[in-house]
Design a protein around this ligand. Sequence first.
Ligand code: NAP
Length: 277
Amino acid sequence: MIILDGKSIKNQILDNIRLEVIKLKDKPKLVVIQVGDDPASCVYVNQKKKMAEYVGYNFEHINLPESVSEDEVIKIIDKLNEENGVDGILVQMPLPNHLNSKIIQNRIIPSKDVDGLTDINTGKLVHNCASLISCTPKGIVDLLDAYKIEIRGKHAVIVGRSDLVGKPLVNLLLNRDATVSICHSKTKDLSTITKLADILIVAIGKKEFIDESMIKDKSIVIDVGINRVDNKLYGDVKFDTVSKKASYITPVPGGVGPMTIAELAKNVLCAYKINRQ
Ligand code: NAP
């Protein structure tokens, strides 16, 4: 069994980007908008700031009060859309209930949408012509590529159909000639399907939900889940037992999470090239 070490692949990606950024006269700029002070969001924003500082991007964190109105957020995004020195705009999710995340996300112009979540960029992904692709699904594919794992012709089973992970991943894997099945909470007899997977990707947010009885021998298991219990992180996959049956597996932490950050760094540079060169 081989552990898919997202952390070391992330470090290689960031080092390459850093070398490219050194040569740029004007530095790419990432702006992260956060509403409120949800502790998990603060951790994620901080990881993005650390990444930006490491590769040499300019970084701005706009932290708005929980009570901010949708109009105010939209005004801020409109201004950033117009600003020449801003390459990437990202709204940290989740937003408070009174704000419509779809409306807010779609306000970002597609060329600055470094999360790849606007309807335009999602649609382009369906047609296999997207430049800015949702970071977690892209990170999964890049991690498989980094380990030279063939995707073409494999049966990939995705558990979880969120707009953030499952749905974009379907298209990315289809574009790479995988046969794709996607499951969700209403799927009947889930383990019959997961046992068919050559590549099993789990993104449901339920601690150690997938055990060894639910996977095929020698399959490749990608665990997207991040579940914090008593200050410890757990994946959606029972690592100890599943790792004995799988051929490759991602750890939590240290697998998909770091790749998500690496893809954000890539997207900011890509947006810079679209917007300024
Ligand atoms: P989400 O929006 O809550 O979606 C969860 C999905 O899982 C839904 O499609 C849901 O089905 C499905 N599901 C829930 N229980 C299930 C069950 N018992 N059997 C089958 N499917 C089930 O979650 P998300 O945003 O995709 O995130 C999923 C997990 O990944 C979370 O732990 C999150 O923290 C983590 N995550 C990690 C990263 C990273 O960088 N590593 C990035 C994003 C997310 P329905 O649609 O039917 O409700």
